[in-house]
Structure formats: structure tokens, C-alpha cells
Ligand binder design. Structure first.
Ligand code: NAP
Length: 259
């Protein structure tokens, strides 16, 4: 039976800008109740004022207490969570040595552990609300080790956690999806360097990802790449690793991540 979003409850982390904000607007306009979570209260309140159906909730996903409080509020106020979108994330910097340790660990804490915290806090409510969806916004960098190493590690971890739970949670009526965007221009990921290269032509917009998230909610996909043709690089990575590494090294240099 088709999954009808109308009247359902969604929680989106990282909803104060970029992909999360675009997705909150899209889902609320469809008729979902959207709990928009992030740290910047002013941005969340401005978002809630723009569109009925959006509720602002300040959360830091690195805090287990914050995430548990978010889940408790959703359970108490709405009695259900039909869709959990783990989207909060940051890029982090390059990893060259000891000076970069804190940054890499923080990136893992937000991107990977934040996702795990949210899935832990919402698991029972998602099961009670089945058929329900978890969409983890990972990245093509979670399939290909390009860009800042801490970021790639956080997204490889997210892909692994997502793939494992997509199997182990299926019997509970919860579909867990890895949503892997390519280059998208947002506040945290301005793509300044990429836009200076030929690859700049393929930089997408937050709404491209919001549309893909919407589709994944409807069809219950367990994996989606935006745009889809990025999957060709993933296939190349596995079937022709030396050729892939040659190309990836050139892109890495051109994108300036070693500057
Ligand atoms: N843009 C791309 O090219 C791209 C490509 C692949 C994957 N992604 C992924 O897409 C997701 C969204 O990124 P975006 O591109 O939309 O960037 P963005 O506009 O910078 O949005 C990041 C969001 O994460 C939130 N956030 C950061 N740290 C947080 C924390 N500790 N607790 C709660 N929320 C936190 C930010 O809100 P506050 O600062 O208000 O907390 C913000 O709403 C990320 O997971 C990113 O890795 C992006």
C-alpha cells in the first residue's frame, strides 16, 4: 500500500538551513507535521513562521539529553513519529595531524554519532508508528573516500550503520534509507572550490535533495543517490580501483582540498 504523507509526523535534524530547511518546507506543504530541529533557535522560528505545520525545537545532536528530550516531546505532543530524517551535519576540515584531531572527532560526533543517538531515541516510537521511515542523509563521500578524511569517515560510518539497520529494523516495519547527495550548494558546503572546476557545472540545490527525500518517503527506497549518475563512480571504485584512484587524485587536487 502507498505511503501517504498527509497527516503524518516527521522529525528533521539540521532543519535550520540547506537541505533540512528545504525538506521541512516541502514536507509541511504536503500536509505533514514537521518537527524542525537544530541549534539555531532564531532560524528555526523564522522557518516555522514561514510555513504552517512546522514546529521549531532546539537540539544539539551531540547531546544525548537533547536528543532524548526531542523524542520525548514528539511522543508526548504527537504520539507518533512516522519519519525521522537524520540530516544534521558539517564538513570539517582536512586531516593532516595532531592539530586536526578535535575537528575530526567533532565531525564524527555530529554526523555519525548524532544519527545513532537519534535512531536510538526514536526507535520505539518509529516501531509504534509503523510503517515508518528513517532517512539518513549520508553522502557520496560515504561511498568514495574523497574530501576531508574525518567527513568521509563519518559518512562511511553512516552508510554502514544505515545498511545494517535497514536489514535488522525491516521486521519492525521501519524502512531505513541512505540518501547520498553529491555536491549541493549550502551554507555549510558552499562548494566554492568545486565551482571553480569543470565539476562546478554539476553542483545542485537543496531542493534537489528535498525532492529525493520526498520520493524515498513515498517508495520506501533503502538507497538513493542525488543525482543518480554519481553511482557510476561508486561502481568504478569497486570494479576498476586503480583507474578510479587516478581520477580521484586529480579531482582532489583540482578541488583544492590540499591548499
Ligand atoms: N551540501 C552538500 O554538498 C552535501 C553533500 C552530501 C551530503 N550532505 C549532507 O547533508 C546534510 C545537510 O547539510 P547541508 O548541505 O544542508 O548544510 P547546512 O546548510 O550547513 O546544514 C547543516 C545543518 O546541520 C545543523 N547542525 C550542525 N551541527 C549540529 C548539531 N550539533 N546539532 C544539531 N544540528 C546541527 C545546522 O544547524 P545549526 O547550526 O542551527 O545547529 C544546519 O541546519 C549534512 O549531513 C551533510 O553532510 C551535504
Amino acid at each position: 500500500m502507498a505511503w501517504d504523507p498527509v497527516g503524518k509526523v516527521a522529525v528533521i535534524t539540521g532543519a535550520s538551513s540547506g537541505i533540512g530547511e528545504a525538506t521541512a518546507l516541502r514536507l509541511a506543504r504536503l500536509g505533514m507535521t514537521v518537527v524542525a530541529a537544530a541549534r539555531r533557535q532564531d532560524r528555526l522560528e523564522a522557518l516555522a513562521a514561514r510555513q504552517p505545520g512546522i514546529i521549531a525545537h532546539v537540539t544539539d545532536v551531540t547531546s544525548t539529553a537533547d536528543v532524548d528530550a526531542l523524542a520525548a516531546r514528539v511522543r508526548d505532543e504527537f504520539g507518533a513519529c512516522h519519519a525521522l530524517l537524520n540530516n544534521a551535519g558539517l564538513g570539517g576540515g582536512s586531516f593532516d595531524g595532531r592539530d586536526d584531531l578535535d575537528d575530526a572527532l567533532h565531525t564524527l560526533d555530529v554526523n555519525l554519532q548524532g544519527t545513532i543517538r537519534c535512531m536510538a531515541a526514536f526507535a520505539d516510537l518509529l516501531e509504534m508508528s509503523a510503517p515508518s521511515r528513517v532517512i539518513n542523509v549520508a553522502s557520496v563521500a560515504g561511498k568514495l573516500g574523497i574530501g576531508p578524511a574525518g567527513y568521509a569517515a563519518s559518512k562511511f560510518g553512516t552508510v554502514g550503520f544505515t545498511e545494517a539497520t535497514s536489514l535488522s529494523w525491516a521486521d519492525r516495519g521501519i524502512t531505513v534509507c541512505q540518501l547520498n547527495p553529491g555536491f549541493i550548494e549550502t551554507e555549510g558546503f558552499p562548494q566554492t572550490q568545486v565551482k571553480r572546476t569543470p565539476a562546478g557545472r554539476v553542483v545542485g540545490r537543496p531542493d534537489d535533495v528535498a525532492r529525493a527525500i520526498h520520493r524515498s518517503l513515498l517508495d520506501g527506497a533503502t538507497e538513493r543517490t542525488v543525482p543518480a549518475w554519481y553511482r557510476a563512480f561508486v561502481v568504478l571504485r569497486h570494479v576498476a580501483a586503480p583507474l578510479y584512484r587516478f581520477g580521484a587524485a586529480r579531482i582532489d587536487r583540482a578541488s583544492g582540498s590540499r591548499d
